[in-house]
Design a protein around this ligand. Structure first.
Ligand SMILES: [Zn+2]
Ligand SMILES: [Zn+2]
Length: 351
């Protein structure tokens, strides 16, 4: 185990402990957190299992539906509060995708993961998932930027809703793009012109015109569209931090660069990974910094674009463009699957 791996694990433990202490509410009437996490009520369902009928399960079904684990309810009907077999299957699928133990009930670790802030892009739709292997994923059809697009331009087009000054935002996004540019033969350059840009980045609140409204503090943090759409949206309601997030005193502090590195992965064509350490894992805890690509992220993106000649790591077998024909590499059918069907490459993802 490398020093950096140990350090990362330590950071994750610290983040986990701090989140646990911030979010646990032994007495909901006495110790209500000062911020509103839309998924916090899931904590009341800890321990819930097959056959139970508990208030709040309907909301969790809605959550699982949003991220691709359950079909949307028919119009005019809502989800029930019943822990039925379909819900159990969805829980199992969620646990599989998030790299959790597949217990099939709402154990503590599953609940902790569900209340964690995350990317708005769906993990899966139509029940496709990895079979016992941890892997990066792609969007349906493996969309990627064409060979003629190796010098992508990005523009910060909506920054007024951000509390971070533009000069700092520029540094953060440049640094985030550089993580990916180091491993694939692709350059990213900022431009002031949205018309000239391949990628546009902006901060928005609530509904903002793409059918994927943001939900206020925590919950969904950001989302980005698959190639070659180029849109990258951040929830303006988050407490974005561009300084050392691990030292932030806010219980809502979210590291901007960590989210940016993740969303750029989506912009390049990567879906969510089941490996918790990977950049493309869908959740991030408050005060967590995670900007270094893992081998899983590198393998995924190099299989789409090949390796940067200057990349010193180990290139994955089959670079580039070769897909795992065994079906082990999961294809995301759409967080934005519906939109994909309309010819709009989007992701409802998440992070
Ligand atoms: Zn959006
Ligand atoms: Zn994501």
């Amino acid at each position: 185990m490398t020093t950096s791996t140990i350090l990362l694990q330590c950071l994750l433990v610290i983040a986990f402990v701090s989140v646990s202490s911030a979010l646990s509410i032994p007495d909901p009437l006495k110790d209500v957190p000062s911020f509103v996490n839309p998924w916090h009520p899931f904590k009341n369902l800890s321990g819930c299992h097959m056959g139970e009928n508990r208030t709040g399960i309907a909301n969790m079904k809605k959550y699982l539906s949003e991220f691709g684990y359950l079909p949307s309810p028919l119009s005019n009907s809502n989800f029930s509060d019943s822990f039925d077999s379909e819900f159990q299957d969805a829980i199992l699928s969620y646990q599989r995708h998030l790299g959790l133990n597949t217990t099939g009930y709402l154990d503590e670790k599953t609940i902790e993961k569900m209340v964690s802030p995350r990317c708005g892009v769906a993990d899966i739709i139509n029940g496709t998932y990895t079979h016992g292997r941890n892997l990066y994923t792609y969007f349906e059809g493996n969309p990627a930027w064409p060979n003629t697009s190796r010098d992508l331009r990005y523009a910060l087009i909506a920054t007024s809703a951000s509390t971070i000054d533009v000069a700092t935002l520029r540094q953060v996004f440049a640094s985030a793009f550089s993580q990916w540019a180091a491993v694939i033969p692709m350059n990213f350059t900022e431009t002031d012109s949205a018309q000239d840009a391949d990628i546009t980045i902006g901060f928005y609140s609530g509904s903002h015109g793409d059918g994927e409204p943001f939900d206020g503090p925590l919950g969904t943090l950001a989302h980005a569209f698959s190639p070659t759409d180029g849109r990258f949206h951040l929830d303006a309601s988050e407490t974005w931090v561009a300084t050392d997030v691990t030292k932030s005193s806010s219980d809502e502090a979210i590291d901007l660069e960590s989210v940016a590195v993740h969303e750029i992965g989506h912009l390049l064509g990567l879906g969510h990974s089941t490996i918790e350490e990977a950049i493309m894992y869908p959740t991030l805890t408050v005060r967590q910094r995670k900007v270094e690509l893992t081998q899983d992220d590198v393998s995924g993106v190099q299989n789409l674009y090949g390796s940067n000649p200057g990349f010193k790591g180990v290139a994955p077998a089959g670079v580039a463009g070769e897909m795992d024909s065994s079906g082990s590499a999961e294809i995301i059918r759409g967080g934005l699957g519906v939109l994909l069907g309309l010819g709009i490459l989007v992701m409802t993802v998440i992070l």
